[in-house]
Design a protein around this ligand. Structure first.
Ligand code: NAD
Length: 260
């Protein structure tokens, strides 16, 4: 479906982003992967995408908190592939703390990575999409783009922001063959969720089992984690012709969490 298309997926060395990059590659897209991690593991993932799916895969170490590196990443994809057809803004971090103790530098970092990076990728990639009259922008938002949880002020603010950015750019790009949507997962079992368990244990005085069952899965009526492959399948669908009239949407995949 995506043969001759190219995709940039931010934060794709792990978790949801890696699953989306692999799913787009499986559909024939050449991909640029991005994110942090041990160089040998990233190279293994990059090479696996090329060998398993017969597409080209390149890696950019651009830091999503640095606008000039973000622009460089988009230019690298354009130079290598001739353009960016699918842009997935997925990089994100979490920090859990009461608002009055929330470290200012953590607030700034979360707003930069989880929200502003999408502004910078979009402004760099959109002109090329407009010129080619086709594009897909998919932002990984969160159930926290719709509702809040205590102790996640920066994350919830950034995710509400990305939902607003999604709608705005969808309107601006609507007549150019470009759709702009966000996917809002509930809890997905990835390193991001695993890493916040100790802080939630501390903030709420709970055991690990209590955090998993009483805090995380408590939110989700299905009592199951979303899988990264389920999110990737929705991203692939959003790239299809069948989804060409879905734009400006915030698509929940949260086991019923935000229905409550
Ligand atoms: P993850 O920790 O597995 O992956 C995050 C990715 O972002 C990694 O590749 C990491 O290297 C990269 N990254 C972090 N900081 C970066 C930076 N400064 N520059 C470039 N890359 C950076 O997390 P995940 O759970 O796969 O999360 C991916 C996205 O999904 C995030 O935006 C997150 O907010 C969102 N999300 C996750 C869940 C969940 O339950 N896991 C739920 C809703 C939304």
């Amino acid at each position: 479906m995506l043969k001759s298309k190219t995709a940039v997926v931010t934060g794709s060395t792990s978790g949801i982003g890696l699953a989306i990059a692999r799913a787009l590659a499986k559909e024939g897209a050449s991909v640029l992967i991005n994110g942090f991690g041990p160089a040998d593991e990233i190279e293994k993932e990059r090479a696996a995408i090329e060998s398993e799916f017969g597409v080209k895969a390149i890696y950019s170490p651009a830091d999503m908190s640095k606008p000039e590196e973000i622009e460089g990443m988009i230019r690298l994809a354009e130079k290598t592939y001739g353009g960016v057809d699918v842009l997935v803004n997925n990089a994100g971090i979490q920090f859990v703390s009461p608002v009055e103790d929330f470290p200012v530098e953590k607030w700034n970092q979360i707003i930069a990575i989880n929200l502003s990076s999408a502004f910078h990728t979009i402004r760099a990639a959109l002109p090329g999409m407009k010129a080619r009259k086709w594009g897909r922008v998919i932002n990984t938002a969160s159930a926290h783009s719709l509702i809040a949880s205590p102790f996640k002020s920066a994350y919830v603010a950034a995710k509400h922001g990305i939902a607003g950015l999604t709608k705005t750019v969808a309107l601006e790009a609507a007549t150019h063959g470009i759709t702009v949507n966000c996917i809002s997962p509930g809890y997905v079992w990835t390193p991001l969720v695993e890493k916040q368990i100790p802080d939630t244990m501390k903030a709420r005085g709970l055991t690990k089992e209590q955090v998993i069952n009483d805090v995380l899965l408590e939110a989700q009526p299905t009592k199951q984690f979303v899988t990264v492959d389920q999110i990737a399948a929705l991203a692939v669908f959003l790239c299809s012709d069948a989804a060409s009239q879905i734009t400006g949407a915030n698509l929940s995949m949260d086991g019923g969490w935000t229905a409550k």
